[in-house]
Design a protein around this ligand. Sequence first.
Ligand SMILES: Cc1cc2nc3c(=O)[nH]c(=O)nc-3n(C[C@H](O)[C@H](O)[C@H](O)COP(=O)(O)O)c2cc1C
Length: 203
Amino acid sequence: MKVLIVYYSTYGHVQRMAEAVAEGVREVDGAEAVLRRVPETLPDDVIAKMGAVEAQQAMAHVPICTVEELAEADAVVFGTPTRFGNMCGQMRQFLDATGQLWAQGALVGKVGSVFTSSATQHGGQESTILSFHITLLHHGFVLVGLPYAFQGQMGIDEITGGSPYGASTIAGGSGERMPSENELDGARFQGKHVAEIAKKLVG
Ligand SMILES: Cc1cc2nc3c(=O)[nH]c(=O)nc-3n(C[C@H](O)[C@H](O)[C@H](O)COP(=O)(O)O)c2cc1C
């Protein structure tokens, strides 16, 4: 049973969350976690101006995803940073290349799930995940979020990401904050939860 974790990350926050999702997947017997990045669409000089060259190099070992890999997976967990309250353009471009899979119904009945990162606490984490769900529903994915069984989203004693829609992290205005233990726990929970449900569906 294969769980594909496909993400885009500029500075490494979504990447760190993706690794935690993979850890959660691997807690389920017989579940394989496959980590992939979507292709970059920005020119090198823009990446340099964004101060992301080093972070991109640190992710270079993670293979680039092909759309065919979506069809080969039993479940797909998508990770995207928030861009103006929506998924990033790199992820949008990747998904816009899945028309043939849609025409074939190749993703119908697979488990789909989304996690995210934003700079600020109320900068659009929920809108990013919920608007992402629309595309997944068009493909026929069975949506899975982060239920309140993950108790880490109940606390108000620390600033934290995580909602019933999916795991998330708050990166800070200059990306200075990396995912907290609670946020990573949420990502692990989501990965495990997705794998457990996919296992039941695959039979
Ligand atoms: C063009 C652009 C738009 C952004 N829009 C938002 C936003 O709407 N809300 C927010 O909180 N952060 C926003 N951010 C900050 C990113 O979400 C943040 O850099 C990201 O979550 C860090 O994750 P990463 O290191 O995995 O890329 C934006 C960043 C860029 C470059």
